[in-house]
Design a protein around this ligand. Structure first.
Ligand SMILES: Nc1ncnc2c1ncn2[C@@H]1O[C@H](COP(=O)(O)OP(=O)(O)OP(=O)(O)O)[C@@H](O)[C@H]1O
Ligand SMILES: [Mg+2]
Length: 414
């Protein structure tokens, strides 16, 4: 391996699959860089229960196998990763912090803004919660609201409206431990939905107001943007496995068969028109298989879809973002492959809906052009931005590794 080659690796710890994507960071002149595909590895996830780590050794084993595969495919050692975290422990909230600049009007400096955001970072959290991301939404200078960047403007009192994304300290420590035990450092810990949201939406969509929903196996995570700023974030404990479970119970079949049935015949499309056609359902135990109408499957999946979408709507309402979807809705994650999800969502949200495919990484194989890999590319792009913020000018690989911290580092994305 060429020792000057700068690599960046992303790790998506899902409850069904553990995935690693490696890219080479290429300088393209000035501050701009380009990511070129270098390698990929994935391993079935073991040791998860309801979206939480239940067995650290098993999770470590999955991480080690995915990392090993990715390293082999990239032809390089993977020493650190940008690790995604998710699940029902994630919580989003908005808050305000204020700062008196002076008794007389004066110019706002970069330092004032930094101190204000530092104060926001220290907003007290509940026990066992830690800040994962702090995203400034807008500034208020005296009576003027909606300021994007107050630097250079004059006033006496500066306030910031911020969006905080927090997680359970123990959950994030378990992720870091599993990765470290696999012999890898955590370069940055990122909420997977934030990484996906940043990578999948265009600036126009963010400006108009848009929602990104990452539908995984055990949870669904949402981020919403309005006027180019993050305005809502939430995690819901419903994912693809709940649809599968409903099929298993409703059709009296094994979970593995229910999963195949869901993928091959399931749909939540309201305008679906094959309800009379039948498919075979393997029996459990020694019972014979039966033929069931596809319409019956639709009837099983529909209430779960309504439950999930009602949850999303409720969360958007909590942040006052339910009427801000002019830029549409993007579904990603493996659960977004459920047939009819776009039709269902269009009727539900009265907004245009699309599936979010992975962001373009030069040379990435076509096989990875599927929504379950979108988080990985989001993590890479996010990690690249954070690396540049910390290290404006790239240093040789060896010295950089020494500065990496195997712990959560809170960053603002702006
Ligand atoms: N063709 C398909 N139709 C419907 N659902 C699908 C399809 N393919 C995959 N899924 C569902 O996608 C889910 C897995 O998605 P993904 O790989 O994003 O999850 P994960 O990252 O491992 O889980 P999580 O993020 O919740 O921990 C499973 O529930 C699976 O049933
Ligand atoms: Mg996932």
């Amino acid at each position: 391996m060429n020792s000057q080659r700068e690599l960046l690796a992303a790790l998506d710890l899902g409850s069904t699959m553990t995935r690693v994507l490696v890219a080479e960071v290429l300088e393209t002149g000035g501050e701009s860089t380009l990511l070129r595909y270098a390698g990929f590895g994935e391993a079935p996830s073991e040791g998860w229960r309801k979206g939480n780590i239940a067995d650290l050794d098993q999770v470590t084993h999955s991480v080690a196998s995915a990392v090993e595969q990715a390293a082999k495919s990239a032809g390089a050692q993977i020493e650190s990763v940008v690790a995604g975290v998710g699940g029902a422990q994630i919580q989003g909230l908005t808050s305000r912090v204020g700062w008196t600049l002076s008794q007389r009007s004066r110019e706002v400096t970069r330092d004032d803004i930094r101190q204000l955001l530092e104060a926001a970072r220290n907003i007290p959290l509940q026990k066992d919660r830690e800040l994962l991301h702090l995203v400034p939404q807008e500034f208020v200078l005296d009576t003027q609201e909606d300021i994007h960047d107050p630097m250079g403007m004059k006033g006496m009192h500066l306030e910031a409206k911020v969006h905080l994304i927090t997680t359970s300290t123990s959950a994030s420590q378990h992720v870091v431990s599993a990765v470290n035990k696999a012999g890898v450092l955590v370069e940055t810990l990122v909420w997977e939905a934030l990484a996906a949201g940043e990578a999948l939406l265009t600036p126009e969509e963010r400006e108009l107001g848009a929602l990104v929903a990452v539908v995984g196996n055990s949870s669904c995570e949402i981020v919403a943007y309005r006027r180019d700023g993050l305005c809502a974030s939430a995690s819901m404990p419903i994912g693809g496995n709940h649809f599968t479970g409903d099929i298993a119970v409703g059709l009296h079949t094994a979970l593995a068969d229910a999963e195949v049935i869901k993928r091959n015949f399931g749909s939540i499309s309201p305008s679906w028109s094959h309800s009379g056609a039948t498919f075979e359902v393997p029996g459990v135990g020694n019972r014979p298989s039966r033929f069931v109408r596809r319409g019956a499957l639709n009837e099983i999946l529909d209430p779960r879809a309504h439950e999930l979408f009602d949850f999303m709507q409720e969360e958007l309402r909590r942040f006052g973002a339910e009427n801000s979807l002019g830029g549409g809705v993007v579904f990603t994650g493996g659960g977004a492959k459920l047939h009819g999800i776009c039709d269902f969502a269009e009727k539900f949200f009265h907004a245009p809906v699309r599936i979010g495919l992975p962001a373009r990484i030069e040379g990435m194989p076509d096989l990875l052009e599927s929504p379950e890999y979108a988080t990985l590319t989001g993590l890479l792009l996010y990690g690249q931005r954070i690396r540049r913020l910390r290290n404006p000018r790239p240093r040789p690989l060896a010295s950089r590794w020494k500065t990496l911290l195997g712990r959560t580092i809170q960053e603002s994305v702006r």
